[in-house]
Design a binder for this molecule. Sequence first.
Ligand code: SAM
Ligand code: SF4
Length: 450
Amino acid sequence: MVGAGFKPALTKALIMKHINTDPSRIKEVLAKSLEMQVLNLTEVSALLALEDKDLWMETLDTSRRVKEKVYGKRIVLFAPLYLSNECTNDCLYCGFRTGNRDARRKTLSVDEAVQEAKLLSGRGYKRLLLVASEHTKLAGIDYIEKVVRAIYENTDIRILHANAAPMSVEDFKRLKGSGIGVYQCFQETYHIPTYRHMHPTGPKSDYAWRLNAMDRAIEAGFEDVGMGVLLGLYDWRWEVGALIAHSKRLISKYGFGPHTLSVPRLQPAQGSQITNSRYMVSDDDFKKIVAIYRLALPYVGVVISTREPAGLRDELLSIGASQISAGSKTSPSGYLHDGDTEQFEIGDTRGLEEIIGRIVSLGLMPSLCTACYREGRSGETFRHLAEGETIKNFCHENAVLSLKEYMEDCASDEVKEQLRKLLDAEFTKSANGLAERFKLIEKGKRDIHI
Ligand code: SAM
Ligand code: SF4
């Protein structure tokens, strides 16, 4: 199983020296992506090696067009819910690492996790990402299973995803069985010497165990997996090429690859050992990375977290991103008390409502929809619907219905007015019974979706 046929096929030298980045070649690559085709590694290399500023402008705009062909205007919103910061690993970059002696440690009780989820549901969230450190005894599968079941039973949260340490196939089966939609895990770095340096002790020091986590998750029944590299640990071109190579290997083996790609970028963290990485990624390169993921794998969701500052996040919404977290806290019980050690510093501190208002003012469509995972539109089925440019029809209608609910239940007067205008316009355009469903929502019916 180790390595299982996957070797990062690109090296920095190969990317930078021998790749054809003539305008005509780049335009061919962009045209292929606009036809919803997954790019091959030579084409990805052309984008990674591209330097010309005008061509980059065209590339970023094509990325927006590809996103809109797949997902339309909709931007999905969610929040992370941190369960524990007690960790048996010593990842040098993370505030939760075992070597951070100053950390205030906390694992939420099942009841506290439910309280946090209730609070978030009261703010309008329907989708949460559970985030756990790696601690088999305190935050292992027995605990996660209990938390997931309790949140579904006691709150209005409709879908839970999980970012947790790699597991055995047996444990992944339990995770899937508990009702988790997407299993997410970042390789952090594909560069083995860097990986070894960054993860000196603990279970995470096993590179291959992490590399093969997605195969085990898929074997256990997960059809939606989320992947990423932690940008800032090693050369971004190499890492982005390797992540796309890994994704393509999953596609050829299973018929589907990652459901989402995330772009976590190294942030300052209390207790981190990494203060000044020579591989830090600039904002301009960060935008390129978002565009390259979008163009290389047109069907995937590209997720931007609140690590990034507000202005940059707003720009990325028009460059190819399709999902963003909002109003996040990165410490366990951060929503209720804001006291324990956080994983890293937040760049965008706006709450859900402010971000919804901003998305609307950018001419985009905020969405609190959770339908696909619950209606079986996952894995290969999802990929075909997305590449066939059909998924956006589901997305648009469900976004509108989710906003109508949000408007009825949570919005302040100011955002209500903004949403009323948006929904009136949708109502006028719609020829498919929106009136009846709006009335049902006004009467108190919830979770109407297609
Ligand atoms: N503990 C599990 C693990 O490491 O896979 C899952 C959760 S971990 C809390 C989520 C992710 O946060 C990590 O995979 C890493 O990419 C990211 N992360 C850790 N420290 C960070 C930092 N200082 N800045 C930005 N992202 C960070
Ligand atoms: Fe623990 Fe994850 Fe942080 Fe590493 S990144 S120290 S495994 S919480």
